[in-house]
Design a protein around this ligand. Structure first.
Ligand code: NAP
Length: 263
C-alpha cells in the first residue's frame, strides 16, 4: 500500500485513463479527490471503490480557469494535505487545420492547457508550504511529436511540456516533482469526445484508439512511474518508437508522418 496516508487529486476521473488511475491509486490505499464535470459518474465511481469514506467528489470545469482557486480551497476543506495532483482531464480534436475554427483551437487550449495550469497554480502554494508535492501531467505522444488531424490538440499538449519542464526546474528546491505522462493509443472515449473543426463531437471511435492499450494497463504503468517520480514516461504500443525516431532521425519522422494513414 504505497499511497496509504497520501491524498491524490485526479481530474478527468469520470472516464478512461483518469477513472482507471483512480481505481489503481485506491488499490494502493490513497485518499482520493475525484474531479471532472459529470458529478453522477464521479459519485458512481466513488461507490464502487474499496473505501468510499476515503474518496471525495469535487466537480469542476477546466474551461473555467477562474474557478480553480475556490476548488482548491474546497479540496483543502475535505482533506488537510494534497500530495499528488493527476491532470487527466482533457479533450482532443480531429480535423485538418484548414477546417478547424479558432473557437475550437481556443477551446482545446482552454481545457487542456489553461485549465490545467490554473489548477496547478492554485495548488502550488500548498505544495511549497509543505515542501513536497507531485504534479502528474497526462499530455500525449502528441506532446512530443505531431501528426495530422490534431493540430490544436498537438499545440496544447506541446505547450504543457514547455510549461511543466520550467515548473519542474523552478521548484526542485521545494521538493516538488513533475511527472509528464505521454500515452499513445489508449482505448477510451477520447476520439468519440474529440471535437471536429466545427466544434461538434466526432462521436466515433478511431481505429487505432479502439485497438490500443486498455486504460487499466495504462493506469498501472502510470502509477508505477509516478511512485518512482519519473520525469517523463511513454505508455502505449509500437507508436512509442516515433519518440526515438524523432530524437535521432528527425527528418525520417517528418517523412513518415506525412505518409502515415491517420484517423
Ligand atoms: N486515450 C488516448 O489514446 C490518449 C492518448 C494520449 C493522451 N490522452 C490524454 O489522456 C487524458 C484522459 O483522456 P481519456 O483518454 O481518458 O479520454 P476520456 O475517456 O474522453 O476522458 C476525458 C476526461 O476528461 C474530462 N473532461 C473533459 N472536458 C473537461 C472539462 N471541461 N472540465 C473537466 N473535465 C473535463 C472528462 O470528464 P467530464 O466529461 O465528466 O468532464 C473525462 O473524465 C486526456 O488529457 C487525453 O488528452 C489520451
Amino acid at each position: 500500500m504505497k499511497y496509504e496516508n497520501k491524498t491524490v487529486w485526479i481530474t478527468g476521473a469520470s472516464s478512461g485513463i483518469g477513472k482507471a488511475t483512480a481505481q489503481e491509486f485506491a488499490k494502493e490505499g490513497a485518499t482520493l479527490i475525484l474531479s471532472s464535470r459529470n458529478k453522477e459518474s464521479l459519485q458512481a465511481l466513488r461507490n464502487e471503490l474499496p473505501n468510499p469514506n476515503n474518496v471525495f467528489v469535487l466537480p469542476l470545469d477546466l474551461a473555467k480557469s477562474e474557478d480553480m482557486q475556490s476548488k482548491v480551497d474546497e479540496a483543502l476543506r475535505m482533506v488537510s494535505k494534497i500530495d499528488v495532483v493527476v491532470h487527466s482531464g482533457g479533450i482532443s480534436q480531429r480535423s485538418l487545420a484548414i477546417d478547424t475554427s479558432m473557437e475550437v483551437n481556443r477551446h482545446v487550449m482552454e481545457i487542456d492547457y489553461f485549465g490545467t495550469i490554473a489548477l496547478t497554480l492554485a495548488v502550488l502554494p500548498h505544495f511549497v508550504k509543505n515542501q513536497s508535492g507531485q504534479f502528474v501531467v497526462i499530455t500525449s505522444l502528441m506532446g512530443v511529436f505531431s501528426s495530422p488531424m490534431r493540430s490544436g490538440y498537438c499545440g496544447a499538449k506541446h505547450a504543457l511540456h514547455g510549461y511543466f519542464d520550467a515548473l519542474r526546474a523552478e521548484h526542485q528546491k521545494d521538493n516538488i516533482t513533475v511527472t509528464i505522462v505521454c500515452p499513445g493509443f489508449i482505448r477510451t472515449n477520447i476520439s468519440k469526445n474529440a471535437m471536429i473543426g466545427t466544434g461538434e463531437k466526432q462521436g466515433t471511435m478511431d481505429e487505432a484508439t479502439g485497438a490500443g492499450m486498455s486504460a487499466e494497463a495504462c493506469a498501472r504503468k502510470l502509477v508505477q512511474g509516478t511512485s518512482k517520480q519519473k520525469a517523463e514516461i511513454y505508455i502505449g504500443g509500437k507508436e512509442i518508437l516515433a519518440v526515438y525516431i524523432k530524437r535521432f532521425f528527425p527528418s525520417l519522422l517528418r517523412r513518415m508522418i506525412t505518409k502515415v494513414k491517420v484517423t
